[in-house]
Design a protein around this ligand. Structure first.
Ligand code: DOR
Length: 449
């Protein structure tokens, strides 16, 4: 899509939920902001959108998405995942490399990158695997991925931990050459053999093998020390425990270049949900306790945790609707993330809308070294934007989500806030809460074929 987008005039939109104003988008950027925007020469022929009562945010950026392509197109494709992302208010997503083949070469990351560009709903930034095949044995060709068309800056073996400290050290050293970051799935494998859920009172009651908090905390502590030792940059994926918040806070206090993410589900759901043995609540790291939920919310509010990342993990029906111990871990997240953050962080007074922009757009773009996203709502900035109705509520139905899978842990739950429109470089990808003008491939809306 190289043709020029029709200009858009947003009437009475409230940037960051503050004073309503008019906002003019033309040629992919914000060209005017204020009462005189409609009088700007570029406003001629603009599509007008009444944004009264709507909050305008920089387009959301997800640093942790699973798009499943190549290899598991029955669960998600770059097309269906891009659609879910745009509908969730995202303009860029970073795609995890645990695909088949694994995204551990320039060829695979370029393929995923180009698919995303062709679909054109969000910018898809492939994350490269740290180790060949994600096997944790030897480093992948990080440099070749970094210099490829996909310009990879984030490397992760997510789904598995880079548990060998020597390999982790080497990866941290290597990514410095291109200002990259290693995003660690912090899980000490020897402490989590056969783990099925959080280790605690509920796992003891249910007789399921526990995944102790220390298995996460020990790896984060080790990796912060390694990061200091080689003067590199570390990102902690899906931090889930109160102890991990303390470890990251201590490292930041002594100057470690560490950032951390929390998922929407860890902001609200707990291990009590396992009592029904419904695998829709099985996820890795597992849902923790009320005390952990309180600690990660507080950590996000005070900046110890830098971002909310979805860990959007679509799974085909047969991989979720089975016995708990057989089920794949993971939950959908792209279309519910903003609503969960609104409920858990904004409605509770822990974050304002500027804070939401920081943790869901600015910080993830900065950590991923992604230019053009996570920018302020200001004249001259790229028109990557999300328009939100903060007063709307909706009931989540997995079958109605754009993802090719339906494994939402919020099924039937009423959530606040709806994404009304999303703009990628000035072009609407979502209007009136519906996708516009995109061919996302045969998978959209069809399942289980
Ligand atoms: O629950 C999870 N699902 N955690 C991970 O780390 C991987 C992900 C997946 O790929 O399904």
């Amino acid at each position: 899509m190289t043709d020029r987008p029709v200009p858009v005039l947003l009437r009475h939109a409230a940037p960051y939920g503050e004073e309503p104003t008019d906002v003019l988008l033309a040629d992919g950027v914000i060209v005017a902001l204020g009462a005189d925007a409609a009088a700007h020469p570029a406003a001629a022929g603009a599509q007008e959108i009444d944004a009264t009562g709507r909050v305008l945010l920089p387009g959301l950026v997800d640093l942790h998405t699973h798009l499943r392509e190549p290899g598991r197109e029955d669960a998600e494709t770059v097309g269906t995942g891009s659609a879910a992302a745009a509908l969730g208010g995202y303009t860029a997503v970073f795609a995890m490399p645990n695909t088949d083949p694994v995204a551990d070469t320039a060829g695979v990351v370029e393929q995923v990158f180009r698919l995303g560009q062709d679909i054109g709903l969000v910018d898809v930034l492939p994350i490269g695997a740290v180790t060949v095949g994600r096997k944790g044995e030897r480093l992948a060709e990080l440099g070749a991925m970094a210099t490829s068309v996909a310009a990879v800056r984030v490397f992760s073996d997510d789904g598995d931990c880079v548990s060998d400290p020597m390999l982790m050290r080497r990866a941290l050293e290597y990514v410095k050459a291109f200002d990259g970051v290693v995003a660690q799935h912090a899980q000490e494998p020897r402490l989590t053999v056969g783990a099925q859920m959080h280790e605690g009172a509920v796992s003891a009651r249910l007789g399921l093998t526990g995944w102790p908090a220390v298995a996460e905390e020990a790896i984060i502590a080790r990796d912060c020390l390694l990061t200091d030792h080689v003067d590199s940059r570390l990102h902690v994926c899906h931090l889930s425990t109160a102890g991990s918040v303390d470890v990251v806070a201590a490292a930041k206090a002594r100057g470690t270049a560490v950032t951390a993410e929390v998922t929407p589900h860890h902001l609200v759901l707990t291990d009590e949900l396992a009592v029904g043995y419904d695998p829709v609540f099985k996820v890795n790291p597992p849902l923790r306790t009320d005390a952990d939920v309180a600690a990660v919310r507080a950590g996000l509010a005070d900046g110890t945790i830098d971002i909310v990342a979805t860990d959007h993990a679509p799974h085909a029906q047969q991989d979720k609707e089975c016995e708990w111990d057989q089920a794949s871990p993971g939950m959908l997240g792209l279309q519910t993330a903003l609503s969960v953050v609104l409920e858990t962080m904004v409605r509770t007074g822990l974050l304002d809308w500027r804070g939401v922009a920081r943790v869901m757009s600015e910080n993830p773009a900065r950590i991923g070294r992604l230019a053009g996203h996570g920018r302020p709502v200001a004249v001259g900035e790229p028109a990557n934007l999300t328009l939100v109705d903060p007063d709307a509520t909706w009931v989540v139905r997995g079958s109605e989500l754009a993802s090719r899978s339906a494994n939402t842990p919020f099924e039937g739950r009423e959530l606040p806030g709806r994404v009304v429109a999303t703009f990628l470089r000035g072009r609407p990808t979502v209007l009136d809460g519906q996708l516009v003008g995109a061919d996302v491939g045969a998978g959209l809306g069809t399942r289980g074929e």
